[in-house]
Design a binder for this molecule. Structure first.
Ligand SMILES: Cc1cc2nc3c(=O)[nH]c(=O)nc-3n(C[C@H](O)[C@H](O)[C@H](O)COP(=O)(O)OP(=O)(O)OC[C@H]3O[C@@H](n4cnc5c(N)ncnc54)[C@H](O)[C@@H]3O)c2cc1C
Length: 416
């Protein structure tokens, strides 16, 4: 087998939201892009609730009309339910912005991801499904080639001037270079399933994401209404609490449902329509995001926590920012790590704002009471909940929050 020197300008590893976004936006600018995805779509994936700020990337990708005419449930708000069952006022996203971008969607990821991948194809991306990247072979700081395996077992060495890692939690490059760091405090796990016919609030709140505390605040449930009358419902807690000396995933799930009467009531009129899923240790970040001829995006760079549904937004956003840096890099003849990762400092500042909000939640911070006491910060909180993480001044809310809760210092990331 000989490594081929002729080929595409860009190879994207992974065809989830970050990879499809980056590939599409680079191809839109006339570059040859090849994408390798190990699965065949449609394939199952968790991560169904969106933040409104996804709108702008989805618009640039040209898929808004498809989303608007899709059966995906419209999401206008998020609502928190205390361990005693007390419901906060819904945080309606349009409160701060009456634009159509304030409405977002709850999606079946198999359908959404396929839509984005087909859109990449439409824009000229060469998509190879059922093709797994087996290894990323480095020579110093540069990638010498990728070893890929096609679905028929055939192996091939491939290379391009720019390699984008969008392999999600597999984080191929970050693991290879041992630069992936778990979050020191967010050692969480999740167990989830799907119900049909479970209760939904009426009207505008029908598509709301609910975040419901379990008694003793040991954990929380997500409750995400999807189309076909399906609800995605899952519990998140510390790995130790959720999995140590516990039974099957089914037992864990139902024990936690018993500790959360607000979820129990909602599920009572529905029936379970899937088995149980579980995952753990999903919060981490790479210590750098790029090198000469390579860049990390989406979960392959880092993932925070499911609590505010920020994962897909950050995947789309990093895919977009990396695509712009790649296109500019080709124009300038500069494919250095500094160029390919130039977007990272600002992006990580936004991610860090979200991380503080995540820590505050797990420290038991009461957002409802906070905005009642400091109504001037309600807007900032909603800005963060919609995903407007990069806005000037939004961070001042953390100064006020620090009076009540221990928040982490802002971390930075090396570009390369
Ligand atoms: C419990 C839980 C709940 C979540 N809930 C939400 C939510 O409600 N809202 C939200 O926005 N986010 C949520 N997320 C996060 C969300 O799932 C991710 O942030 C998002 O999918 C990241 O997109 P991505 O494109 O970076 O990676 P992925 O969507 O994971 O895509 C990566 C792709 O790479 C492919 N791949 C992997 N390895 C290889 C390889 N070696 N070769 C070729 N292809 C490969 C995979 O098959 C996959 O298709 C949740 C996460 C967890 C853990």
């Amino acid at each position: 087998m000989v490594a081929s020197c002729r080929g595409p300008d860009v190879i994207v590893m992974g065809g989830g939201p970050s990879g499809a976004t980056c590939a599409t936006l680079v191809a839109q600018r006339g570059h040859q892009v090849t994408l390798y995805e190990r699965e065949r779509f449609p394939r199952y994936h968790i991560g169904e609730s969106f933040m409104p700020e996804t709108y702008w990337v989805l618009r640039r990708l040209g898929v808004l009309d498809q989303l608007k005419s899709s059966p995906f449930v419209k999401k206008f708000s998020v609502q928190f339910v205390s361990e005693t069952g007390q419901e906060s006022q819904p945080f309606y996203f349009f409160e701060i912005n009456p634009h159509e971008s304030s409405q977002t969607w709850q999606v079946l990821r198999s359908e959404f991801d396929e839509l984005l991948l087909n859109n990449a194809r439409k824009h000229g991306v060469q998509v190879h499904e059922g093709t797994r990247v087996m290894d990323v072979v480095f020579e110093g700081d540069r990638i010498r080639h990728l070893r890929i395996q096609h679905s028929d077992g055939r192996e091939e060495m491939v290379w391009a001037p720019v390699i984008v890692d969008a392999t999600g939690q597999s984080s191929l490059i970050a693991n290879r270079l041992k630069i992936r760091r778990p979050d020191p405090r967010l050692k969480k796990g999740a167990v989830w399933t799907y119900y049909q016919g479970a209760y939904r609030d009426p009207g505008l709140d029908e598509g709301a994401t609910l975040v419901l505390h379990v008694a003793g605040k040991q954990g929380w449930f997500w409750y995400i209404p999807l189309h076909h009358d399906i609800v995605s419902v899952g519990v998140v807690s510390s790995i130790e609490y959720l999995f140590h000396n516990r039974g099957s995933h089914e037992q864990i799930f139902y024990e936690e449902v018993e500790r959360c009467p607000a979820v129990q009531r909602r599920l009572a009129c529905g029936r379970r329509v899937s088995g149980f899923f579980a995952t753990r240790d999903f919060s981490y970040k790479a210590t750098r995001c790029a090198g000469p001829g390579w860049v990390l995006i989406g979960d392959a760079f880092g993932f925070l926590d499911p609590i505010y549904s920020s994962g897909v937004f950050l995947a789309l956003k990093s895919g977009e920012l990396a695509a712009d840096a790649i296109v500019e890099g080709f124009e300038k003849g500069d494919l250095s790590g500094m160029q390919l990762g130039k977007w990272a400092p600002q992006f990580v500042r936004g991610m860090e704002a979200m991380r503080k909000l995540v820590y505050a939640f797990y420290e038991g911070f009461n957002f409802g009471r906070f905005v009642r006491e400091y109504p001037q910060y309600r807007r900032h909180i909603i800005d963060l909940l919609v995903g407007d993480l990069f806005k000037e001044g939004v961070e001042e809310v953390f100064e006020a929050m620090r009076r009540y809760v221990d928040l982490p210092e802002t971390e930075t990331v090396a570009i390369c």
